[in-house]
Ligand binder design. Sequence first.
Ligand code: PMP
Length: 305
Amino acid sequence: MADQDGWIWMDGELVPWRDAQVHVLTHTLHYGMGVFEGIRAYNTEQGPAIFRLPEHIRRLFDSAKILGMTLPWTPETVREACISAVRENGLDSGYIRPMAFLGAESMGLRADNLQTHLIVAAWSWGSYMGEENMERGIRVRTSSFTRHHVNIAMCRAKANGQYINSMMALQEAVACGYDEAMLLDPEGFVAEGSGENLFMVRDGVIHTPELHSALAGVTRDAIMTIAHEAGYQVRERRITRDEVYVCDEAFFTGTAAEVTPIREVDGRVIGEGRRGPITTDVQSRFFAAVEGRSEIHGDWLTRVV
Ligand code: PMP
């Protein structure tokens, strides 16, 4: 991926993709103290548009604050960097990755003279779980790895090091022949996927776990808003694993995963074993919003001009 044409925004300027390098003693590479975002741009009738850019950049700054990192840029500069990464790479749609990390000025946990760097890359990226799974749904396995506890790594920050837990869970699920992991919180309640929030539907009501051991997903928030507007009841609460086994429908949400139906959990078929009617409805409303076809959510899109 490092060997391609294009531009990466790095500490205030666009540098050729292949030249966007760091030293091997980069602090974040050793200890994982960094924060990042995943954002999508969609191809709309008015050209490329970034979905909920201010919300993502706000979360980036929140993440940095939680980790005690000071970002030496304004949110506006970072928003502009995201726009220019899409524009200068000539993308109609794609994935945007801002990341703030600590430099190579010194090593060790006590290092206190580290510079904070920021990069923004953007590339073309299709459906994360595969186009056919957006309709057919995916197979999910409860992970043997517990999601972070609120007082260990915390979950509100989208921090680099957190993703060891996600990757171990995903590797395990894939090795067992599943598409994705469902992680439980330290008390055994459903938390989220390796990189997605989880929703389930039972008797027409939509439920999603509270945010103690899950990231405050921007897509999750959009889905809750969309579902509410469409007249569904949406409840945020603690959910048990067996409730998911017997729900009528379940789906994951995330910037990468968008709205991905779940058709099986731990060998139990969910509902009819395919995308259910409420998932279909919410998913199509979501795509209308991100592609600029919704009448009410134009403010969720930042045009790339
Ligand atoms: N949970 C985790 C652990 C994630 O990495 C992501 C992806 N950022 C999500 C949930 C979904 O968040 P969002 O909708 O903001 O992409």
